[in-house]
Write a protein that binds this ligand. Structure first.
Ligand code: SF4
Length: 453
């Protein structure tokens, strides 16, 4: 039956209401999208590295766990989020990442077998590594570059060819041999550790990282390095070189040092079950020779196909670092006494603390208060007339800069110590024999400054 005029009109009104309501819903949706769009643009242009890195990192992890559905979901989410330019770029990069990451270890090991650096502590191919050499080199390499370490390693192994020889050496001899290498608590701990290994482990290092970590001077990194390199345990040491390679491979652009645990976790995913030690050394060599901090030679890199940082063109900016607090400066005075017979006054520093037990040219307290430091001439170790040597000796420690004003005296044979001298710790050493003393670099600078001015 046909509807009456009123009924028809009512249908029309209802349709108009429906359409209006649909229109309003669509408008609301569009408004939300528009509001969201500028921030999405901002993140894809200004921080494209950040976004790409985190999404791709997750993708790789899912993929390596075999969860293809999760990977696809991530990919489609990612392509919806990014602008046209990065939509075009990302799938290409990602597909390369997915294909080549599992091959990374084997490619790098192949490269290492041909290109590894010849280092005195490194076993030649086919030779079992010497744990004493691995341990000694790893302790020396803490905070110190390879080039500086090589002569010290050679000196130690020629003075003390076995760990038992080192354990039986005197503390003073070890400190003398270490002088100039810096971070002197390492020398104390090295000696303690050698004694402990000989007394409690019959001269054999434990093979697992957990136990190695309980020994003096061995932290998580060194324990993992010794376990992997000396004993082929599947451990993952992560030093500065490895951090750089991993940050670039996964395009991680969160800043150091906060991102260290994440880099360690990612590095662990790369470590192969066999040849973990060679793999760690391969990354170290790559970081030292090809994946260098500035201008990495990506065209020569054996693992460039899996490198997300390289494919995004951001490799040179990685790893990022949080801005450091400026180091404070401490001031003090150094007292250089040189007798006419050529003897120089030295003093042994107190045990523990900075430069603990090492020899020094007697110095005043080091203070950040410059005015107080200027009065330090009141605390020389010998009575007599001290005169200032022109210029300043500057040195930088990990946490502060040091500026020392040097004073000099030519004391008589009968010169008396002052109350500041701590006479029991003082001794006279002929200037020709100073090179044999356990004098840290800053003290050698003072000697040079006083003699040359
Ligand atoms: S491709 Fe370049 S940035 Fe990436 S690991 Fe190799 S050298 Fe480093």
């Amino acid at each position: 039956m046909a509807k009456g005029g009123k009924a028809v009109q009512s249908d029309i009104d209802e349709k108009i209401r429906d359409e209006k309501s649909r229109d309003e819903k669509v408008k609301a949706k569009l408004k939300t999208k528009r509001a969201a769009k500028p921030s999405s643009k901002r993140s894809s242009t200004k921080k494209s590295g950040v976004k790409n890195s985190s999404v791709k990192t997750k993708t790789v992890k899912k993929k390596s766990g075999g969860n293809k559905t999760a990977t696809k979901t991530k990919q489609s989410l990612s392509s919806r989020k990014t602008n046209k330019k990065s939509q075009h770029k990302k799938p290409d990069t990602k597909s390369k990442t997915i294909k080549s990451k599992p091959q990374l270890a084997s490619k790098l090991l192949k490269w290492y077998d041909k290109e590894q650096r010849d280092l005195p502590w490194r076993a030649k191919p086919g030779i079992v590594p010497n744990p004493y050499h691995v341990w000694l080199s790893e302790i020396m390499l803490q905070q110190t570059v390879v080039k500086t370490v090589i002569p010290y390693f050679n000196k130690f192994t020629s003075l003390w060819p076995e760990i038992s020889d080192l354990a039986n050496a005197s503390g003073e001899d070890v400190r003398r041999a270490w002088a100039g290498l810096g971070y002197y608590t390492r020398a104390e701990n090295l000696h303690k550790c050698a004694k402990l290994i000989c007394e409690e482990y019959e001269g054999q290092f434990p093979i697992f990282a957990e136990e190695l970590e309980t020994l003096p001077g061995i932290g998580p990194y060194t324990a993992a390095a010794i376990a992997a390199i000396a004993f082929d345990e599947t451990a993952t040491p992560v030093d500065g070189n490895i951090e750089r390679v991993v940050a670039r491979q996964f395009a991680v652009d969160d800043p150091l040092p906060g991102v260290k645990p994440k880099l360690k976790q990612l590095a662990t995913t790369l470590t192969p079950p066999r040849r973990a030690g060679d793999f760690a050394q391969a990354q170290m060599d790559l970081g030292a020779t090809i994946c260098t901090p500035k201008n990495p030679s990506c065209l020569l890199c054996p693992i460039s196909s899996s490198c997300e940082g390289y494919h995004l063109g951001i490799e040179s900016t990685l790893p990022k670092r949080a801005s450091k607090k400026p180091k404070p400066t401490r001031y003090g005075s150094a007292f250089f006494a040189l007798r006419e017979d050529g003897a120089v006054l030295l003093r042994q520093r107190p045990p523990g603390g900075l430069l603990g037990n090492m020899q020094e040219i007697p110095t005043s307290e080091w203070t950040e208060n410059k005015e107080q430091a200027e009065n330090m001439l009141k605390s020389p170790p010998l009575k007599g007339e001290w005169w200032p040597v022109p210029g300043i000796v500057k040195h930088t420690f990990t946490h502060f800069h040091l500026e020392l004003k040097v004073y000099r005296i030519i004391p008589g044979e009968d010169a008396e110590y002052t109350l500041f001298a701590d006479a029991e710790r003082c001794k006279w050493v002929n200037r020709d024999k100073l090179a044999d003393e356990a004098l840290p670099s800053v003290m050698r600078k003072i000697v040079q400054h006083a003699l040359n001015s």
